[in-house]
Design a protein around this ligand. Structure first.
Ligand code: UD1
Ligand code: UDP
Length: 371
């Protein structure tokens, strides 16, 4: 029996790892063990509930307003016991969070092989996104198996001299198969009626402060000018984000700031939206496959495939550019149609199955898997 330990802790990791955990559980040659760090609490639990995944370990590390030091120290301190007790043959980490980085580091200390899901995304600016770009580059150094979502990600890993790279697509597309229902309606869709539904999310650490204020001010101006626009903002639980949003968007009748939605409701809301404004990573992968235009309120993106497909437009974090791009998308039908075509740069929804096959190949195949 091959023992595979999957470790994750935040909402986006959970959304992208749960379909893979489900697939690992189906494979009789694999014993799947799940450890959540609890870097997020409510936002993590909501995803676990939707997918029916019950973790074997929960490190429960989240604190309000936690710093990078808090998260790093708590996970490092607690994960060691899990690794020593379980002695997994392979540990799966996802993406670029502190949970993923610290887990990979701990595996390195214990000399346990790491497989990196969503490997090879890069901006090559370690301060953007911060600290995620550093985290993912560091995880790459430690990983034995690299599951790249796209050929672009693979080529970046090859340039860095990495081996054992599998292009699998992104497991977020697998997740959409569980959630999207074309007949979906909710109190939010009732509220929007025939207006244009704009879905907004913003949470990035490096945007907290002036960049986030700029975003919200630009959106406020547009809602005052275009009365057929209704903005729904399922807000991240970070108190710093909440303060800024409430201050700038709080009293606006055409903006609804609501609690985070469970992933099923959120994917369906995206599917009903007219335009998406976000600084999120995962939403940049989901939107092309739903054919929804996204204004990415960041200075860099590690998802060039979506930009190339035409669905994503990088609009930065200055008021002027966000306002102008938003206005253009509302008034220029040709531009809107150009950005609304469905594209599939992140795979066909079979990434989890491909990853499980690659893991079996690693343990049972003839290949030499030096790091
Ligand atoms: C983390 C990840 C980021 C990812 C994001 C997804 C790192 C360094 N950052 O950033 O890559 O894009 O998650 O959302 O790993 N909180 C709650 N309940 C929750 C979740 C968060 O109250 O369920 C609050 C807490 O006060 C917490 C704060 O949000 O201290 C920030 O959470 P944290 O995980 O440190 O950072 P994120 O900005 O969420
Ligand atoms: N998401 C969700 N509920 C919400 C907002 C987002 O389930 O209220 C999902 C979204 O579909 C995507 C993921 O959360 O799959 C993105 O997470 P987040 O923006 O927190 O992190 P990032 O992707 O930027 O790391």
């Amino acid at each position: 029996m091959i023992k595979v330990l999957s470790v994750f802790g935040t909402r986006p990791e959970a959304i992208k790892m749960c379909p893979l955990v489900k697939e690992l559980e189906k494979e009789e040659k694999i014993k799947s063990v799940v450890c959540v760090t609890g870097q997020h609490r409510e936002m993590l639990d909501s995803v676990l509930n939707i997918f029916g995944v019950k973790p074997d370990y929960d490190l429960s590390i989240m604190k309000e307003n936690q710093t990078l030091f808090d998260v790093t120290i708590s996970i490092l301190d607690k994960i060691k016991q899990v690794l020593i007790k379980e002695k997994p043959d392979l540990v799966l980490v996802h993406g670029d969070t502190s949970t993923a980085f610290v887990t990979a580091l701990s595996c390195f200390y214990e000399r346990i092989p790491v497989a990196h899901v969503e490997a090879g995304l890069r901006t090559y600016d370690i301060y953007s996104p911060y600290p995620e770009e550093f985290n993912r580059q560091a995880i790459t150094l430690i990983s034995t198996l690299n599951f790249a979502p796209t050929e672009v990600a693979k080529s970046q890993l090859l340039k860095e001299g990495r081996k054992n790279i599998y292009v699998t697509g992104n497991t977020s597309i697998d997740a959409l198969k569980y959630t999207v229902d074309s007949d979906y309606s909710s109190d939010i869709t009732e509220w929007v009626q025939d207006s244009k539904l704009i879905v907004l999310t913003a949470h990035r650490r490096e945007n907290i402060g002036t960049p986030m204020e700029n975003m919200f001010k630009a959106i406020k101006s547009i809602t005052e000018e275009f009365l057929d626009v209704k903005v729904v903002y399922p807000i991240h639980m970070n108190p710093k984000v909440r303060d800024i949003a409430k201050r700038i968007l709080g009293d606006n009748p055409n903006v609804r700031i609501i609690e985070p939605l469970d992933v099923s409701d959120f994917h369906n809301l995206l599917n009903k939206s007219y335009i998406i404004l976000t600084d999120s990573g995962g939403i940049q992968e989901e939107a092309p496959s739903l054919g929804k235009p996204v204004l990415v309120m960041r200075d860099t993106t590690e998802r060039p495939e979506g930009v190339q497909a035409g669905t994503l437009k990088l609009v930065g974090t200055e008021f002027e550019n966000i306002y102008n791009s938003f206005k253009q998308l509302l008034t220029d039908k040709i531009e809107y149609n150009r950005m609304s075509s469905t594209a599939n740069p992140y795979g066909d929804g079979t990434a989890s199955k491909q990853i499980v096959n690659a893991i079996l190949d690693y343990f049972e195949g003839e290949k030499n898997y030096e790091n």
